[in-house]
Design a protein around this ligand. Sequence first.
Ligand code: ADP
Ligand code: MG
Length: 590
Amino acid sequence: MASDKIIGIDLGTTNTAFSILEIEQPEVIPNQEGERTTPSVVAFTDSGEQLVGNLARNQAIQNPTRTIFSIKRKMGRRDFTKEIGENEFTPEELSAAILRKVRRDASEYFDEDICRAVITVPAYFNDRQRQATKNAGEIAGFTVERIINEPTAAAMAYGIDEHQDQRVLVFDLGGGTFDISIMELGEGVYDVIATAGINHLGGDDWDSALVELLSERFRKEHDINLQKDPEAKQRLQEAAEKAKKELSTRHETRINLPFITATEDGPLNLEDRITREEFEKITEGLRKKLRKPTEQALKDANCSTHDIDNVLLVGGATRMPQIKRVAEDITGKDPSTSINPDEAVALGAGIQGGVISGRKDDQVLLDVTPMSLGIEIQGGLMERLIPRNTTIPTQTSKLYTTSHDAQSSVYIQVFQGEEDIADRNELLAEFELEGIPPAEAGTPEIYVDFSIDINGIVEVSARDEMSGNFEAVRIVGGSGLSDEELEVMKHKADKIEDQTISDDHRFIARERANRAAGVGERLLLNQDIPLTPTAAIHIEAGIDRVETLLEDPESLTKDLESATEDLLHDIELHGGTEALGEDTPGMQTN
Ligand code: ADP
Ligand code: MG
């Protein structure tokens, strides 16, 4: 049965997190792997399996062309598709794959069909990108109740009182992006007055600095460049991220990678230790980059650090003490750290979901348009009908007329942006209003009406007073999709899901296979349990088969499952599990 619960989703560039507010406080919902964040990574194996999250991330280096990272950067782009075999995927569809896992995991967690969601987007996302995000949610089977700004969500999660006049600076350092937003709060309105940032700077760069350091030291010692070997590089990257995280709470960390490479003399291990001090020294250049955008945002907001009442840390990378220090240094304010920074946005989205579903009533969220909207008028100029930072929902209309005699139609081009020359802005839509009865220039009365709904989605219409002719567009812009297109994509996603083994299914199959192989090995080695030579050969071959399938990243889960079952069958047949006193992995019973 469909649940009335509304979850909040932070669909991040690197990680996705989701939460719910059931009573009072929002809570993060763990994914099926038991983790609080899910890597925003999608992959397709050669055998056609779709992987999302950790599994996709972990096989990335072996499968680079079919693994998609950071799809959020492409959101709203009509010209981008990812080709996988015979299929082509749009950014919406790939984001939908991530959201499908969210829906599946949340539904499993509550044992209810979760199908309503609030999704967050960066404050600077334009209409096209917001619409694309909404589409992704719908392709994933959600009803998207609201799209809200990430800094707004973060402020809600931090419990900032939106009824009290104040300025808040949100300092968001994620995995691959750095976003600064300055908001003005008061009377229940969250007004984003400036945004700035760096599109390609985030925690990943801190990992890379560690990878460089470790591989350089290794090269000095052994004269081998580990970064040339994809597998070694992936292990190094994983170890670097782990070390970085450890250094957020410890002063020193050890890195231990056995058999990282081999020489003629045998395998080599990487064993190293890094202190927080060393780490901070090699990342000084990265830290320096954080200053300029922050100053730019303050300048754009027309304020100085003295005018800021609150600094909020958002994004997993702000867990590093060095980042907290720079944020403090640049803003002169002690930043709030009362909640987990990589969960703040998801928690805020959950609060908003709680408000919509009536589980929390004292909060009204009003948002503002991030950019001006208008139409092109004579001389190629942009006339703004809805200026940026107007509180939404909003609606406005304006009277226009014709510019020459007997003009029978007007062409309306809708732009979004702050430039005075219309076509330097983003063209959202264009349409023609026809059938204007012949008249002298300047006499027809044509009303152009703009409205923005609570999700920031724009509708524009034009009406000729005399004839009553009417034309309207819902701005699905160059990027939006018609209902039919959405249906087609949903269908395609359903089909892939049907053919696909879910992450956890694959994960469990691998675990079982590993355990079965282990039991088999122990049985072969155990002197107390006599095996007939034939049984031993069977079991040995069975282990071999399971291990080969385990090692092959392209192997099919169903093949692995049947090999595991065969092996377990042989083991069981010879009383292996019982005799070994093993906790039997059990035969597949479904
Ligand atoms: P995004 O908003 O880009 O999707 P997140 O806010 O989840 O991403 O931030 C992800 C980044 O935060 C990654 O680079 C990750 O390594 C980093 N991170 C997470 N936890 C920690 C920690 N304890 N210490 C340092 N960095 C962390
Ligand atoms: Mg984020």
